[in-house]
Ligand binder design. Structure first.
Ligand code: GDP
Length: 457
């Protein structure tokens, strides 16, 4: 394969910059641009570093003083010969070193191409490769941990086991098709049934984990609804104040619903800033009860906020109705003012929801809301060390597809259909599972996955 090169450190100025190269010609190209301090001709050893200078030989110019790490095939990230040039973190210098590599025979790596090679060369499977991007993008400790688990191959291993069982089954099925005279139909059917049931159970377990996975990865989709002036924006600001996640820009953010990321005890909350509640003073009025209802329905969690210094109005009752069948917390705001409503109020009590009194402006009671959220989702109970957590929608869809095929196979079996038909379903199951680990995916999907990576990874 060609030798690729890219700047692997983030754009911007840093102490150190890393230019990474991978491919057969990697060390030859390096030799043309790097003069190690120690002139001793020695064999290149993997996992070693050399100190020296990057030189533009044409101009006899020293570009930088660097350290180069060597990785010898197959023991490298891509399994190819690789080197990483640690230069000073100046954009100009990194760019110049990059250009020098290009001039001497390397080609510019595409986003994710190093990881793609690791996958194509068989060091990691597709789900592991996908976890790399999740690790890089992770916003909370939990998310990072779930992704690292995936990189270590926990999900792959489990999928491979299930797949292995279906492969064995396929062999049985094919044998009974080819040599029906040796086969006792009843025995085969029993074996098929057992494999289907046992493995469906395992897949259902994995699918169940996706909800936790989605929350860990995407956050609990939360909306704050309430009448104008109830204190929605003050509450949002109070929640953001201490916890604003490092990443506030989020893929899919549109102009009319801004999403803010908050991390509460490591649990990400994606708060939908309903039509910019922080800017529009008359949010509910503006967005209307109907829209509030729609937003609430799309949310995992609704925080309904009321101004406790005022009597409940018709609008408030409507809001209480909206949250009736939702995961919701009732917040009575402005506890610093004389109260006109309390948790004892019939209409509020009847909802059966947790009621929390706060003063958004005095930052009082916010931690009680946070505690309640942690409680509701019991996320502290997710055992990150032992559980395999499915965080990727693509994986979930493939798991569901496999489950669907198992169901159909079960029906076919019950109806006494021929073993060929079941064989077709088993083939589809194998294909779905192979899509997770990457044995059966189209080039298009592979390209799509790696295009989401950053340069240099
Ligand atoms: P929104 O329209 O629901 O977003 O409400 P805001 O957060 O903009 O608040 C409306 C008004 O109530 C503002 O003047 C806030 O300063 C005030 N306010 C918000 N929270 C409190 C509180 O806890 N106590 C008091 N006294 N005033 C508050």
């Amino acid at each position: 394969m060609s030798t690729i090169v890219a700047i692997s450190t983030a754009p911007g100025v840093g102490g150190i910059g890393i230019i990474r190269m991978s491919g057969e010609g990697c060390f030859e190209i390096l030799e043309k641009i790097f003069i190690p301090r120690s002139k001793k001709k020695e064999k290149i050893n993997g996992y070693t570093m050399k100190y020296g200078h990057i030189i533009n030989k044409e101009r006899n110019e020293v570009l930088d003083e660097v350290l180069v790490s060597y990785f010898v095939s197959p023991k490298s990230y891509t399994t190819e010969n690789m080197c990483e040039i640690n230069s000073h973190g100046s954009n100009v210098i990194m760019q110049k070193i990059l250009e020098l590599c290009l001039k001497n025979g390397a080609t510019l790596a595409e986003p994710g191409e190093f990881t793609k090679r690791a996958f194509l060369n068989g060091r990691i499977d597709l789900s592991q490769a996908e976890s790399v991007i999740d690790i890089i993008n992770s916003k909370t400790e939990r998310e990072a941990k779930a992704s690292v688990n995936q990189l270590q191959g926990r999900l792959s291993q489990s999928i491979r086991e299930i797949k292995g069982n279906f492969m064995d089954l396929m062999v049985d099925i094919e044998a009974s098709i080819d040599y029906p005279e040796y086969d006792v139909e009843e025995v085969t059917n029993k074996r098929i049934e057992k494999t289907l049931i046992e493995n469906e159970k395992k897949l259902l377990e994995l699918e169940k984990k996706f909800n936790n996975g989605r929350i860990i990865k995407d956050g609990i989709l939360t909306s704050i609804i309430g009448r104008p002036n109830a204190g929605k924006s003050s509450l949002l600001n109070a929640l953001l104040g201490e916890n604003r996640a490092i990443v506030t820009e989020y893929e899919g953010t549109t102009r009319d619903t801004i999403e803010e990321f908050v991390s509460i005890e490591g649990i990400p909350l994606k708060i939908i800033d309903t039509a910019g509640i922080r800017n529009a003073k008359d949010a509910v009025e503006k967005i209307g009860i109907e829209k509030a209802k729609k937003i609430a329905n799309e949310s995992d969690l609704v925080i309904a906020i009321f101004d406790s210094s005022k009597d409940l109005t018709e609008e408030d009752y409507k809001i209480l109705n909206i949250i009736e069948n939702k995961n919701a917390i009732i917040v009575l705001n402005k506890s610093d003012l004389p109260n006109r409503i309390s948790e004892q109020d019939e209409k509020i009590k009847n909802t059966g929801k947790k009621v929390i009194k706060i003063s958004a402006i005095k930052n009082d009671g916010i931690s009680r809301i946070e505690k309640e959220i942690v409680n509701m989702y019991k996320l502290d109970k997710i055992n990150m060390d032992n559980e395999i957590i499915v965080t990727n929608v693509r994986h979930r869809e493939l798991i569901e597809k496999a489950i669907g095929e198992i169901e159909q196979a079960k029906v076919s079996l019950e109806k006494g259909m021929s073993v060929d038909i079941i064989g077709i379903h088993v083939k589809n199951i194998l294909e779905a599972l192979g899509g997770i680990t990457g044995e059966s995916v189209s080039d298009n999907i592979i390209n799509e996955i790696f295009a989401k990576f950053c340069l240099g990874k």
